[in-house]
Design a protein around this ligand. Sequence first.
Ligand code: PXP
Length: 254
Amino acid sequence: MIQALHQTGKLRLGVNIDHVATVRNARGSAWPDPLRAALLAETAGADGITAHLREDRRHIRDADIEALMAALTVPLNFECAATAEMQAIALRHKPHAICLVPEKREERTTEGGLDVASDQNRLTDYITPLREAGCRVSMFISHDPRQIEASARIGAAVVELHTGLYSDLLADGHAALADRELASLQAGAEFAASLGLEVHAGHGLTYDNVEAIAAIPELAELNIGHFLVGEAIFRGLEASIEEMRRRMDLARGL
Ligand code: PXP
C-alpha cells in the first residue's frame, strides 16, 4: 500500500541554475542573470532551486545566494563542500536545505559521492549547527550501503543518490552495465528509505534517462541542471523545464 502511494506520488523537481551563472561568468558581464532563471523556473513548475557555491566561485557567487534567498518563493537547496567557510555562509542564510558534496578544484563537475563513512565524526559535528538552525541536511553519495548507513548514523535527513554513472553508461551505449547501475540505485533508494532517510537523486539527468530514475518509488526529489540549461538554448527555459516535469510525471503514472 505504501509502495503504491509512493509510486503515484508527485516527484519534486529541483532546478539547478549553476550553468546560467557559468554563461554569465564566461563574459564577466551581468547576464544571463541566475535569479531571473530561478524565477522563470518557479513559473515553469520547479518545486525548488538548487545552487552550488563552489569554493572557486566558478559559477554561482555569494551575491547570487543572497539574491536567491531574498526573492525565491520555493525552497533553496544550497549545495556546498563541507568546509568552515561554507558552513558560515549557510548559517548566515539558513536555506531550506543544504546538500554537502565532495569538491575538487580540478574537476569539471561533482565527480563522485561524498565519503561519509570515512569522515563520520567530523561530519556529525559539521552538520549539528546546520540542523539546529532548521536546515534539512542532505548528503550527496553513491548508492553504496555503507555510505547510506553512515549518512543515517550522523543524523542527515536526506541522501541524494549520484546518478552520474548511470547517465554516463547509458550515453556511452553500455546498456547492460546501465541496467545493473539502475538496479543498485533502486536498492540504495529502498535501503535509505528503510532507515528513515528522505531520498533524492541527481546528476547527468536528461529527457532520455529521467524516466527510469523517476520511476524509483522511494525517490522524493530530483535535482537537474546542466541538461535543462542547455536545452533552454533550443526551446526556452520554461519549455525545457515543463518537458522534464512531464516526463517525471509520466514515470509516476500521473
Ligand atoms: N545534484 C548535485 C548534488 C550536484 O552536484 C549536481 C551538479 O551540480 C546536480 C544535482 C545537477 O547535475 P546536472 O547539472 O548534471 O543536472
